[in-house]
Ligand binder design. Structure first.
Ligand code: FES
Length: 163
């Protein structure tokens, strides 16, 4: 036999759940009855044009998405390299052969100093590691690992990051 107290508790719990749902529906109904748009015209009756142009540049991110234009192809000497910034991070771009462009993170794999472009090599100013500009591979340590590659491609006369 079921204890009548148990039944009462169960009934109350069930009713409580229904009540909660009903309450949620009531709240949703209230939100629908008072749309946000109805108060906006009264809050700002005469929007100024000077505020909108300011909002657009601030909305533009500093680190553009995939396809970021990172340099002019002509800026990177054939057989040489340049320092750059890709996705807001220090980077190195090299052109080992005409029209063939590669890029790497400039963060040294030894102790994270910023590596500098130096012709066909990349040099770390902190402890003297040297990297091959065409491959990012270590020429001399103390760094043991190659620089991280960054995907780039040539688009017309521009170099764009593709990842
Ligand atoms: Fe680059 Fe040490 S941080 S060689």
């Amino acid at each position: 036999m079921m204890d009548p107290t148990d039944l009462t508790r169960r009934t109350m719990l069930t009713l409580g759940s229904v009540g909660a749902v009903g309450g949620a529906l009531t709240l949703a109904g209230c939100t629908t009855d008072a749309p946000e748009g109805s108060s906006s015209p009264t809050a700002s009756p005469s929007p100024t044009l000077t505020e909108e142009p300011q909002a657009d540049p601030s909305a533009a991110p500093d680190a553009p998405p995939v396809g970021e234009d990172v340099a002019a192809l002509a800026d990177v000497p054939v057989g040489g390299s340049i320092d750059a910034t890709i996705n807001g991070q220090p980077a190195l771009i090299a052109q080992p052969a005409a029209g063939q462009v590669v890029a790497f993170s400039a963060v040294c794999t030894h102790q994270q100093c910023v590596v500098a472009a130096a012709g066909s090599e990349f040099d770390c100013p902190c402890h003297g590691s040297k990297f091959d500009a065409a491959t990012g591979d270590v020429i001399n340590g103390p760094a043991l690992a190659a620089l991280s590659p960054i995907a780039v491609s040539v688009s017309g006369d521009r170099i764009v990051a593709t990842a």
